[in-house]
Design a protein around this ligand. Structure first.
Ligand code: ZN
Length: 148
């Protein structure tokens, strides 16, 4: 037997017992399913209780998942921060002279090394047009202070 949650056009809610969902559909189409309150045969099926329970169980399940995702995010942030520290440790800070130094290195006027510094978007764009690799490096504020 199937217990279906039904609703009539006047929003009366009631349960209907059927051999199967198909049987319900069949009785419905033959107007054999009537509202016990107002007797209308304009009846439709509501989302069944088990499905509602399932969806609330799903949202409960998603809580630990989202916590795990948060943990993953902070682990990822820590990795990004370490990566950033590594870059900062391995590069020479040339500050405002970044574009100038990058050009000098590119044209062999200065020893090749990894540098970092400040470049305006126009500078960075011009350097890239000259074939000089420039990578934007959003340094977290927490790392900026002790290094400059
Ligand atoms: Zn009714």
């Amino acid at each position: 037997m199937k217990v279906l949650d039904l609703k009539c056009s006047l929003d009366h809610r009631f349960e209907g017992w059927f051999a199967s969902t198909d049987e319900f559909e069949s009785q419905l189409s033959r107007k054999l399913v009537a509202c016990p309150i107002c007797s209308t045969t304009d009846v439709s099926r509501m989302p069944s209780a088990p499905r509602l329970n399932l969806s609330s169980a799903r949202s409960d399940d998603s809580a630990p998942v989202s916590t795990a995702a948060k943990g993953g995010d902070s682990a990822q942030q820590a990795r990004a921060l370490n990566f950033m520290r590594e870059i900062l440790a391995k590069t020479e800070n040339v500050g405002e002279r970044f574009a100038e130094e990058a050009r000098r290195m590119h044209y062999d006027e200065a020893p090749a090394r990894n540098i970092r510094g400040v470049a305006t978007p126009e500078d960075a764009h011009a350097l890239m047009e000259e074939g000089i690799d420039v990578m934007p490096l959003p340094v977290p504020a927490s790392l900026k202070e002790p290094l400059q």
